[in-house]
Design a protein around this ligand. Structure first.
Ligand code: ZN
Length: 281
């Protein structure tokens, strides 16, 4: 049984991703779970050369040691293909050739291609959603209720240009029976109903979710590569971990890196995490 951290290798770790990695690590250990590492690397043009090894080095420098082999979504394509075939057998997918212009005219998928169940070239593959509420309880954000038909509609599981969509791949990976806990940033909460929809259609066990607040920069944007977050300094791991622990509601004593992490494992509790995003400069 495990929790997991699943960065995209689009750049080095920064304060925002270290904060999430640490929270996921502590949460897994506090629950007696293993902590697995997976690279969500299906969006090939966004991957940055060297980012994977740099992220691994940073995690190790910060005392965040993962269990088992590092997984890569790009090496799990046969699992996603099998999932797609299952959805097809269940009559849940169809082939969509709608233009961007047509799609932009409606907030939800307009349903034009719903009857196109036989494969056609140069088409995206979409999964049908239900006209019913989807509910789950998030350990941090509380009870969630969504109508996928009213918010997104039938959504893409395989892109027109070839790659499997993030929603499908992540649903398959997080639906693995060994993954029982998914702790990640609140910015990903809006994806969860789509992933749960696929998990349910595939008869996979759903993990429990915990969506923690994200760190915001001076401009109120989430710290990310796109908003100019600098790479974390691997030469100051103790200070970085200490800052993240404070942001996670802990007050670590003055200890070295490894003893401070051990202290944090035994003091971690999800209830200390607030719901609101936090400023960090
Ligand atoms: Zn269509």
């Amino acid at each position: 049984m495990a929790g997991r951290f699943a960065p995209s290798p689009t750049g080095p770790l920064h304060i925002g991703s270290l904060y999430t990695a640490l929270a996921s690590f502590l949460d897994a250990h506090a629950e007696g779970l293993a902590w697995r590492l997976r690279f969500d690397d299906l969006d090939e043009p966004r991957n940055q050369p060297g980012a994977k090894s740099r992220i691994l080095r940073s995690l190790e420098a910060h005392g965040l040691h993962w269990d088992g082999a590092v997984e890569r979504q790009s090496e799990r394509l046969c699992l996603y293909q099998a999932a797609l075939e299952t959805l097809r057998r269940k009559g849940r997918v169809f082939h969509c050739t709608c233009s961007r212009k047509v799609l932009a005219e409606s907030p939800t998928y307009p349903g034009h291609c719903r009857e196109r169940v036989t494969p056609i070239p140069n088409a995206a593959i979409r999964v049908r959603v239900d006209d019913a509420a989807l509910e789950f309880t998030d350990l941090v954000q509380g009870h969630q209720r969504t109508r996928l038909d009213r918010t997104v509609g039938d959504f893409v599981v395989k892109r027109r240009d070839g790659p499997f969509a993030y929603q499908l791949a992540t649903a398959v990976d997080d639906g693995d029976p060994s993954i029982v806990r998914v702790l990640r940033g609140r910015d990903l909460l809006a994806n969860t109903p789509r992933q749960l929809h696929i998990v349910t259609l595939l008869d996979l066990p759903a993990p429990t979710y915990a969506h923690i607040p994200v760190l915001l920069n001076r401009a109120g944007q989430k710290w990310s590569k796109q908003t100019g977050a600098p790479a974390i300094n691997d030469q100051t791991p103790r200070d970085n971990i200490r800052a993240c622990l404070t942001l996670l509601g802990l007050q670590p004593p003055d200890l070295g890196l490894e003893p401070m992490i051990e202290w944090a494992k035994s003091h971690w509790h999800l209830s200390r995490i607030g719901k609101q995003d936090q400023a960090f400069n």
